[in-house]
Each structure stands twice: as structure tokens, then as C-alpha cells.
Design a protein around this ligand. Sequence first.
Ligand code: DI6
Ligand code: FE
Length: 402
Amino acid sequence: MHFDRLWLGGRLATLSPAREGLGLIEDGAVGAVDGRIAFAGPASELPAGWTAGETIALDGRLVTPGLIDCHTHLVFAGDRADEFEMRLRGETYETIAAAGGGIVSTVAKTRAASEAELVEGALDRLDRLMAEGVTAIEVKSGYGLDLESELKMLRAARALETRRPVSVATSLLAAHTLPPEHRDSRDAYVAKVVEEIIPAAVGLADAVDAFCETNAFTPAEVRRVFEAARAHGLPVRLHADQRTAGGGASLAAEYGALSADHLERTDVAGARALAAAGTVAVLLPGAYYALRDEEKPPVALFRAAGVRMAVATDCNPGSSPLTSILTALNMAVILFGLTGDEALAGVTREAARAIGRADEMGTLEVGKACNLAIWDATRPVELAYWLGRNPLHSRVYLGELT
Ligand code: DI6
Ligand code: FE
């Protein structure tokens, strides 16, 4: 067998479901052909007589699948440092939004920005994620809230893939909040999302997301959005049970959603529904932390019910100004009580499911994209251990060192 490139002598965390736990392999080898994994296993099992265009010594380093940030709002204009300061003085996320700030203040800036400006702003944040081993991200729209601006955001998100060695999955989040011009016509806005924006986003969006919340959209409105997504063959995801318990997890599960996200206030029925539907629970500790939330997602319940858990940054200018996936991992173990193994699975194998790309990435298995993160570390838990120290040694995207 001839490999384009072969890495030898590493400690592999394959995340292969065929192996136990993280699927650790000592003295492992990974071989790439045409950007795909052609071999991942113990070096002793390499096919006899192998050759390679290039052989790279790992010197015992830990190798994981490239990390996947499966929930971000990476594309936006401006920032909300002013509102951050208001919250430090005691105002809440909800009082600021009710007074005309919050998401809609980012909407105004994002509508005014050009597509090129949005791309440049997002690249700055993307580079920080990539420097920590991220090889795939999900990016949502949701700061346009009109046809043209939502499509502009999705095009900007897609453009990131042409500017950096990274995979981008896009989600249309037109149902993020009511745009100011529809304050007195909720129904007309939902109709616009259903009749105009979703059909126009086919081909640009890989999924449809919505924010089910008292100050965003009701379960009945979310259903209308999800029905339209279904009619256009788009999978759905949901911001669910974040600030209030609204049956969001059950609603997401009912529609076979790829993921339900946040989930600070999900109940037993919601957890069971997620498990039964195979919907991934995406935990976003950055938002919990930055909003000083007092409720945590019911991780023990998820574990007991057999819910798959992912971890992401939720990078956005309001509730989670977090551009570090490793910090999200640290928060997931320290604040939410995930084990080191669960946290790592949450930014690899389970994150791949949450973006509907489990066949493509998220584990070190033959046939998947050869996206690797190589770490100056030996124990997987070291990724979640340090705060502010980045143990990434190198990053491989589609078989190429980047
Ligand atoms: N939940 C969140 O955490 C973000 N959106 C959402 O639906 C917040 C977005 C923002 O505040 O700008
Ligand atoms: Fe979010």
C-alpha cells in the first residue's frame, strides 16, 4: 500500500465506536491517501511492504481527530462590549434585549456590513479556533433577519472555507429573534421565514435552526419553521430550554433534529426524547458562564438516558464571546461535570453528528477525511486541563499539514 503521508509513533485517540472509550491506540499510525484516512491503527498492523511519500514521526504525541466547533455564530459585525458593561452593573440579558439591545443591536450592524467585511471579521475568530486544532465549524446566520441579509451571512460563512483550510457547515437561523420592523407583526415575519427565506436558502444552508424562547419564538412558531425546513429537505437544530423551560428538547426530538442546544432547563421527558431520537445535546458552557446562569444542563440525566453530548463555543458577541474551544472544554468538565473523555468526544465524534457529518469526520477511521490535531500531550484530559495554554503541536486538514 502506498500512502501520500504516514504519521508514525503516536498515541491515537481514534474515537472509533468499534473500540472502547476513546479508542486509544499506543504506537499508532495514521496514513493518508487523497486527503482521506487509509489506515489508522497500531503500527504493527500496517500492511506489509507499505511505502509513503512522506513519513512523519509523532514521538509519542497524542493524535485526535481535528476538533469540530459544532455551534457558532462566527459571522457578525461589531461587538457588544457596551452591553457587557451594563450586565456587569447588574442589568440582565433579558432587560437589555427588552430595551432594544441584545441580538437586534448586532442585527443593525450586520445589516450595514458588506459581505467582505463580515468575512474579514469572522476570519479573525476562525484563526483563533483553528490555532487550537479546529478543522470544522458550524456557522449560523441569524443577525440579518431579512432575506438579503440572511443570505449575505450564509455566503460569508461559506466563503470562510475558501479562505482557510477548514470545513464549514451552515445553519439558517432566520428564526433567531423578531426583527425590529416586525415588532407588531410576528406572524408576518414567521410567514416570511417559511415562504421566502427558507426556500431561498436551499443550497446555501446545510440546516435550519431556531431559537425557542419566551423572548424569541414559541413552540408553535418553531413548528411552522421546522415544517418548512422538512418540506425543503433541510435537517433542523434548535436553541432549546436555555433561559426558560419550554419543552424545546422534546420539540427538537419530535422533528428528529440533528441537535438541541443549550438545554440548561431540560427535564426528564426532554432528555428521554433526545435519547430516543438520537438528537445530540450540544452543551454551551460559554453562554452559561458569561450570563452567570444559575441552572446547568442536566448532564447526569443525559448520561443516564443515553443522550449523546457535544460541546461547542457558541461564539457570539452577546451571550458567549468565546473564541477558544479548549476553554469550552475546560468549562464543560469544571462547570458541567463532563469527564475528560466525554468532553473530547463532544468536540469530535458527537460534534460531527450534531452537524450531520458523522460519515465524513469526527473519528480516526478509514474512509473519513484525514483531519488531525496533534498535541504536545499524552493524556486526552490535557486538552481540558490548562486554561490559556494551548498544547497544539500541529494540525492536518485533508491530509495536509496546515
Ligand atoms: N442563544 C444564544 O446563546 C445566542 N443566540 C441564541 O439564540 C445569543 C446571540 C446573541 O446574544 O447575540
Ligand atoms: Fe447559539
